[in-house]
Ligand binder design. Structure first.
Ligand code: PA5
Length: 438
């Protein structure tokens, strides 16, 4: 059983041995109800549905302004530091790392820069000390992102970077090297940006952090890394039209994915592993983990979102997935065509006994590893779904981001929780502030 919509194909063939047709029938009604709740702005947290129309709402003018700002930062900088945490960080990193050359940092100076790097997602002293030391010798700019404008981790990193930059370039120049992305009117960051005269972009009030990739939060860093945000928005816009135009289990892959997840959850599968065979998708998986984890994990409910990059993790987690506690299901995220091609050479001695695959591309072997794993895990009692995209480019990544956002909202409504709040995140902050004597 599979559905293809635009460039995304969902195949749930590897789930079917674990669920009966009757069981699939039982989730149809709740899935369509959840879809309708979303479309009719009738579900919990419906004041945060701005992301649903974000692709079609991003105006040409706004894209040009973002692209122009990115161009200026790129010309002025060897390094652009994006300061943010959670939804103000992971989406941009996911797209950039999926698209960029993994070994860019090893290239000659000209091709290596500008680099987009990240800070404020941790309070590691070594991390920030080493970053500041490296920046001593580099020309850099800072994009600081916080919707609330008050999150401690990015606020600390930004304070350090601002002081470092002021020292380096002087107070007069510093404002031309800083861009702030925050709320239109409230929060400490907004106040600071207005006072210091930073260029600012607004995070729409009705768009939550983890659903904000298609706002300036994701688009500016992605453009700074040199990628085409017009193509990204186009891919998303086409996915928006497609998903809004189909509401059933048999024609909307996001609804089918949400339905299958909830069905498996009801049958005791409380952990979902998003597994890719493409190391550049590591941060995409991290973004997905936050999207589903923060949206669904509440009120004692939710599927725990875990991630793996194979083959690496086949040699660490693979044993557990194959034979450990049977509370797992997997979703494979497969990319059909790599950006580049490498063929395995023939070797006269054949000491490594690899000549049987000489002349084959690495992707050919990687695909066999994926198919072999899918079969092994299914036979080992792990239901496996598969999502396939033809290649990693701006358009397909945009489509994939929107697909998962849409599926997440439908899935959370099926589960009976509000996908758009995160009350549990406050607990650690309260204790930390108490311990810090705030
Ligand atoms: O998805 C979310 O809303 C969160 O992950 C936030 O993005 C994260 O906590 C950072 O918040 P802020 O952008 O207000 O600094």
């Amino acid at each position: 059983m599979e559905i293809t919509l635009n460039n995304i194909r969902l195949d749930v063939g590897g789930v079917l041995p674990f669920v009966s047709n009757d069981e699939l029938e039982t989730v149809k009604g709740p899935a369509v109800k959840a879809y309708n709740e979303l479309m009719n702005v009738a579900g919990a947290g419906s004041e945060f549905l701005g992301w649903l129309d974000l692709p079609s709402d991003v105006s040409k003018k706004q894209i040009e302004e973002i692209a122009e700002t990115a161009g200026k930062l790129r010309r002025r900088s060897d390094v652009i530091i994006v300061v943010g945490i959670g939804g103000s960080y992971l989406g941009a990193r996911a797209v950039i790392e999926a698209l960029q050359d993994s070994f860019k940092f090893l290239h000659k100076k000209k091709r290596r820069f500008p680099q987009v790097i990240f800070a404020g997602q941790n309070i590691g002293e070594d991390y920030h000390a080493e970053l500041l030391a490296a920046l001593d010798k580099l020309k850099y700019s800072v994009i600081v992102i916080s919707k609330s404008g008050t999150t401690t981790e990015p606020a600390i990193a930004f304070r350090l970077l601002r002081a470092h930059l002021e020292n380096k370039v002087g107070k007069g120049v510093v404002a031309s090297r800083i861009v702030a992305i925050t709320d239109s009117s409230k929060g400490a960051l907004k106040k600071l940006a207005d006072r210091e005269g930073y260029k600012t972009f607004v995070i729409p009030g009705d768009v939550g952090g983890r659903f904000s990739v298609l706002s300036p939060v994701g688009l500016l860093p992605i453009a700074c890394a040199g990628f085409d945000i017009r193509k990204l928005v186009k891919g998303t816009e086409e996915m928006e039209t497609a998903l809004k135009g189909h509401g059933g289990l048999d024609d909307n892959p996001a609804v089918l994915y949400a339905a299958v997840r909830n069905l498996l959850y009801a049958k005791g599968k409380s952990v979902e592993m998003l597994a890719s065979f493409h190391p550049s998708l590591f941060y995409f998986i991290e973004w997905w983990k936050q999207l589903f984890g923060e949206s669904e994990g509440k009120e004692g409910k939710g599927i725990f979102p875990a991630g793996a990059v194979y083959s690496t993790d086949l040699h660490s987690l693979g044993q557990f997935v194959q034979e450990g506690t049977r509370n797992l299901f997997e979703t494979f995220l497969w990319v059909e065509n790599p950006k580049k091609k490498i063929v395995i050479p023939t070797d006269g001695d054949n000491d490594d006994e690899l000549n049987y695959i000489a002349g084959k591309s690495l992707n050919y072997v990687n695909e066999k590893a994926m198919l072999g794993t899918l079969k092994a895990h299914t036979e080992g009692g792990v239901p496996c779904a598969k999502i396939t995209v033809p290649e990693l480019n701006e358009k397909n990544l945009g489509a994939l981001v929107y697909f998962f956002e849409f599926a997440c909202a439908v899935s959370a409504y099926m589960l009976g929780v509000n996908p758009f709040n995160q009350p549990g995140v406050e607990a650690y902050k309260k204790n930390m502030f108490e311990l810090l004597g705030k």
